[in-house]
Design a protein around this ligand. Structure first.
Ligand SMILES: [Zn+2]
Length: 128
């Protein structure tokens, strides 16, 4: 195994960050990740609730910034639309962005966690 096989590009393509071959997601699911890579044995789930850090540390801060930029941009117009409309549209943008980008947030979370806390050799997913 190479010294640093972990690859961000693989994770952002939603593939195993080590081998870049197996998909991170379960077949047919938008946000559910597989337990691990069946090709190289890389374990995606380390513990229950493992991916709960992805929305809190990645998605929600990005959504907050996007919504804030949208609201400031709209309210700085000469004749802004009513506040309820700005808040409603901002909410839809935020929720839509969070749903659409959740797989990449989880992949980035997985990559960052394993970057700082690499797997031990005895902490492998059984290869089929
Ligand atoms: Zn793999």
């Amino acid at each position: 195994m190479p010294k640093d096989p972990l690859k961000l590009a693989h994770a952002l393509r939603l593939k195993c960050p080590y081998c870049g071959e197996s998909p991170l997601r379960e077949d047919g699911s938008w946000v559910e990740f597989a337990e691990g890579c069946h090709r190289c044995g890389y374990r995606y789930h380390r513990e229950d609730g493992y991916f709960s850090g992805a929305p809190w540390m990645i998605t929600y801060p990005v959504v907050a910034v996007i919504c804030l930029v949208f609201i400031v941009g709209i309210l700085s117009m000469d004749s802004p639309p009513p506040t309820y409309l700005v808040v409603g549209i901002s909410g839809l943008i935020g929720v839509g962005f969070a749903i659409l980008t959740m797989p990449w947030a989880k992949a980035l979370w997985l990559y960052l966690d394993h970057r700082f806390h690499p797997l031990e050799e005895n902490d492998r997913w059984p290869v089929k």
